[in-house]
Design a protein around this ligand. Sequence first.
Ligand code: SF4
Length: 153
Amino acid sequence: MQIRSESPQTPPGQAVVLRGHHLLCQFGFRGYGYSPAFVENMRNILAFLREHPETMVECVDGPDSLCAAYPAEEPNHCLEPSVIARDRAVLSQLATTAGTRQPWARLVEAAAHAYVAEDLTTLCATCEWLPLGYCQMGLKQFKAGKHSRSAPP
Ligand code: SF4
């Protein structure tokens, strides 16, 4: 299923869909994104997951519930091989595979356990958001127990 910003609900038994590398991006979300609609969608989904950490999340190596709000007029990078490779690298590091479902809280803890901030320098070398440093900072804060587990900014 694709959670949309206007309806952040998860019907019983269904999972939110997230691509592997977005498990890391969420640490660095500071209210910036590809468009206002993208940001709103991401904020709503993260707020929902943080309020309901038991929510089942289906991991994928391709477009997900966040990509669903990627602006249609922008060059679409959601299917770029390098982005898919990043998904697969993260899922492999978490010892899971595309198509599996796990609770949100367990996935986030696993991602934080599997990576240190410095890893993003190579893993995310081609990402335009990397130089801002928010993802590295957010991962460090989460590992230190200082990252907000409540609604995102
Ligand atoms: S640097 Fe880019 S790809 Fe890497 S975690 Fe941050 S937003 Fe995601």
